[in-house]
Design a protein around this ligand. Sequence first.
Ligand SMILES: [Zn+2]
Length: 383
Amino acid sequence: MLAGLNNLDNDMRTERTVTGMRSKALDGYWSWGAPWGYRNITDVTGRRVIEPHPQRAPIVKFLFEEYSRGTRTFRELAAEVNEMGDLRSKHGLKMSHQLVQKILTNPIHCGKIDVPTWGIATEGKHEPIVSVELFEEVQNVMRGGNSRTQPRNINNPDFPLRGVECLCGTHISGGYVTGRSKRYGYYGCTNTKCPYKKAIPKQKLEDSFTEFLQRYTPETNLMEALAEALKIVHRKQKRQNTQQTQKLKQKIEKLERELEDLLQLRLEQTIDNRDFLVETDKRKILKREIEVALQNLQTSNADEESAIDFGIKLIEQLPLLWKELEPAELRLLRNSLFPKNIQYTDAGFKTAELSPIYKVKAASGTDENRLVTPRGIEPRFQA
Ligand SMILES: [Zn+2]
């Protein structure tokens, strides 16, 4: 029984601090260095906590309020803060646009503790500097839409084709150029040394993508084959889900065994109560996280028929509605339909690999696009 616990002792020292920090964060305490706008203090119980910095917290508040109007960039705001001269001389304050961005995206300022690597997102015990509403509003402005502050934001719905590959292999991005009376949308390669570099008008690139989709969207008489292709994709997904489910279940079983072993060690008085609690806690937290992941897997396991119905409708209508999708949704869909990404060329889009769904039309022999060379067209779809 002890065999499985051999490395336990070795790891315990580092684990103890990590586990301690983690459980503090779970309890809503920030136990690391104070983020800009806060300062570290020790509370009455001797716990290391944070409180709003008397001079810096008002600046954080100012940044959130001003940015939420959607009229100023990070850079402009940084310059403005730096111009508040007396602050700079007293506290050596030098605000950069990167720091402005960091401050505006950190949920700690609205009272939350967010540690993505540990899957922790919880209410903090510290005093917020701005309201949750103001924080959300700022994130909204940052996502694009009504401001000129974040032209590079990948989720800006104005430029859904960001992330498409240029022939040089780098991704293309999009933005507006302001003319005398109107602004013009353009896409272009982000590689400064790109030999193909040129601005492609937004409308031109988007129309070209619509044509690209239309070219591969199976016609009504091919819908049966499309259903077959969707079945293959769905079954593959389901197989992956089953494998993942098994793995997660094994992890849970292992954790349960370790919990039993720890209890046994405690009963034998081989480990002290503190170590027992720390190690037990750590495994319980992990187990909870895995159980949540398991649940998510099970809900995504929709039944085959409705998944296929939905898939057919989506594929059929995609050339018409792709611009209406959320940029993040479109990105996901693009990744699964074109696993090797798509490239823009003077003659339109091309891709190195089509999903089985789009191979339906290519396999039917009606494909006239010479730019695309689908590798390994399946002879027939196995059921
Ligand atoms: Zn390029």
